[in-house]
Design a protein around this ligand. Structure first.
Ligand code: TYM
Length: 332
């Protein structure tokens, strides 16, 4: 079975609809006929300052949410990145293969460091994509299911894999991004030309998976649309409405064209009201399940320990190859 790997940062109390529709829903689907490795990227989280207590809690919340979404420990290795030291170790080797200018071209770094202010971004934020390349290459996956915003990091990953293979010996598989076009970039409800993001300026634009369902419904009903009235999928002219149609279609499985027909001659109000109900029906059981899982810390710990062991076995073998090929003396 082809391997898949992906990660998510524990940098918020809840995942949002962008994370779910753009990425983790595909994790659940791919489990059926792939061999998956999914992890919580806590090493990546500390590229910006985190409160230690909050970080630890969010890590467990992330694990609980993944299980509640349907990531199944019987099929997938679910683990915490910092518990598999090979990520950081391979990260170092790859840093030494990465050009300074190459790292500087990463648009996510440019955005995030601009936010931090002149010179204030950490070196970790700068090398973040190289660590991500290590995360991926360690497991030699065929596919990496992510949202559109990770595409450039995947390209760097492939470049580094190729460079290592060429300089030393064929070691890494060149992974393919697995990005579903329809949901690759879920937009902010208040600013539909921007992606839905944890660092958005207003919480009203983000639908959180663990929000009180009534809050989520309200956010949908107050989503920004345009001054027209026709429910039509047109991301250029009607970014807000198109985003709502995307979310609606993804949650119900109804085609966008069918929804357009269904709402022909009706206003945006009807669309929002119905989608709010769809969202409530979706998040209510998800939230209950997550809270139940969080109540059973022993189970969560056992799942993460099993995942750690599965991941470590693969990661250790890859790193051993890498160290040997780079010319490090093996311990006797
Ligand atoms: P993170 O934690 O920011 O997001 C997790 C996943 O959610 C996707 N995503 C979106 N998809 C569609 N629309 C949106 N508005 C949206 N917002 C977020 C992201 O693309 C991602 O797939 N660098 C990664 C974490 C990571 C990783 C890895 C991923 C670390 N190592 C190795 C894959 C492989 C990140 O920050 O994701």
């Amino acid at each position: 079975r082809p391997r898949v790997l992906s990660g998510i940062q524990p940098t918020a109390d809840s995942f949002h609809f962008g994370n779910y529709l753009g990425a983790t829903r595909q994790w659940v689907d791919l489990q059926r006929d792939h061999q998956p490795f999914f992890f919580i990227a806590d090493l990546h989280a500390i590229t910006v300052e985190q409160d230690p207590k909050v970080l630890r809690e969010r890590c467990l919340r992330a694990a609980a949410q993944l299980l509640a979404m349907g990531v199944d420990p019987a099929r997938s290795a679910i683990f915490v990145q910092s518990q598999v030291p090979e990520h950081a170790q391979l990260g170092w080797v790859l840093q030494c293969l990465t050009g300074f200018g190459e790292a500087r071209r990463m648009t996510q770094f440019k955005d995030k460091s601009a936010k931090a202010g002149e010179g204030a971004a950490s070196v970790g934020l700068f090398t973040y994509p190289v660590l991500q390349a290590a995360d991926i290459l360690l497991y030699r996956p065929h596919y990496v299911p992510v949202g559109e915003d990770q595409r450039q990091h995947l390209e760097l990953t492939r470049d580094l894999a190729q460079r290592f293979n060429h300089r030393y010996k064929k070691t890494f598989r060149l992974p393919e991004p697995y990005i579903l076009k329809a949901t690759a970039k879920i937009a902010d409800l208040q600013d539909p030309t921007a992606k839905m993001s944890k660092s958005a300026s207003s919480p009203a634009g983000i639908v959180e998976m663990l929000d009180d369902p009534r809050v989520s419904a309200k956010k949908i009903r107050s989503a920004v649309t345009d001054s027209g009235s026709e429910v039509r999928f047109d991301p250029e002219e009607k970014a807000g409405v198109s985003n709502l149609l995307t979310i609606y279609s993804a949650l119900t499985g109804e085609a966008v064209s069918a929804l357009e027909e269904q709402y022909a001659g009706r206003g945006y109000g009807d669309l929002k009201k119905d989608l709010a109900e769809v969202v409530v029906d979706f998040v209510t059981p998800f939230r209950e399940r997550t809270l139940e899982l969080l109540d059973d810390q022993a189970h969560l710990s056992a799942v993460l320990e099993q995942g750690r062991q599965q991941a470590a076995e693969v990661a250790e073998a890859t790193l051993r190859d890498v160290y040997q090929r780079v010319g490090f003396v093996a311990p006797s």
